[in-house]
Design a protein around this ligand. Structure first.
Ligand code: ADP
Ligand code: MG
Length: 227
């Protein structure tokens, strides 16, 4: 479902004499439908960079990043947008809060964008907010003023609203209490059971061991971390 072949990523530091640093070299691995793979490696080894690159937030210098049957490195921008809307979801570490949009709409939005009828999208959003223990009194309010943990749970509800065939999860259980952490792990297991291919970063080893089938140590692709 997700396949990387010989992917390279460098950053050019324009504020430091255009120095070029190799962040990731020769990354190749594949994640099958129904499988969860954990990215591991020390802080700064390139886990988040790798995930952002797979999602297309960072451009790869070379190589192939295939999601379904689309190579995102070569694809036209509108094709990348379609893949991100329909095929591959990304739960970043923090919710990007849009001012004045009520929580229920924040969660339903990804479904509305792919043409889900409004009543169905709303029902799914409600189901997820309930599962993630966001009290109903908050559903009509913008998440801007919510606590960090509440914003994170809204972010997860939004990320899981559409049942993407591929998902990227950057620290989805960080700073959650045990109850909500268990809910997130259940959502991941449900997604795997319906055949989603998942790449996750989990600092919590117990969480990683429970939902992930395999680990990939990003340090092996990182000349900086190896040095
Ligand atoms: P991890 O998530 O494993 O902690 P990151 O992917 O955040 O690591 O960072 C990997 C390396 O890439 C670090 O050395 C970091 O400083 C560098 N890096 C990340 N993003 C950028 C950027 N936009 N520009 C330059 N260097 C970056
Ligand atoms: Mg990171």
């Amino acid at each position: 479902m997700i396949e990387l072949e010989n992917v390279y990523k460098t950053f050019t530091l324009h504020n430091q004499g255009a120095a070029v640093i190799d962040v990731l070299t020769d990354v190749s691995f594949a994640v099958a439908a129904g499988e969860c793979v954990a990215l591991t490696g020390s802080s700064g080894s390139g886990k988040s960079t790798l995930m952002r690159m797979i999602y297309g937030n960072y451009m790869a210098q070379s190589g192939v990043i295939r999601v379904g049957d689309v190579d995102l490195v070569q694809a036209q921008p509108r094709e990348v947008i379609r893949v991100r809307r329909e095929v591959m979801g990304y739960v970043s570490q923090f919710l990007r809060v849009v001012p004045r949009v009520p929580t229920l709409d924040v969660v339903a939005e990804p479904l509305l964008k792919i043409g889900t009828p409004a009543d169905k999208a709303k029902a799914r959003a409600q189901e997820l907010l309930e599962r993630l223990n966001i009290p109903q009194t908050l559903w009509g309010l913008s998440p801007t003023t919510f606590s960090g943990g509440e914003q994170q749970r809204v972010n997860i509800a939004r990320g899981f609203a559409h049942q993407f065939p591929a998902m990227l999860l950057d620290e989805p259980t960080a700073s959650l209490d045990a109850t909500n952490r268990a809910v997130v792990l259940e959502l991941i297991e449900d997604a795997k059971a319906r055949g989603a291919a998942i790449i996750g970063i989990f600092h919590d080893e117990a969480a990683r061991a429970r939902v992930c089938d395999r680990e990939i140590d990003v340090t092996g692709f990182s000349p900086q971390a190896a040095a």
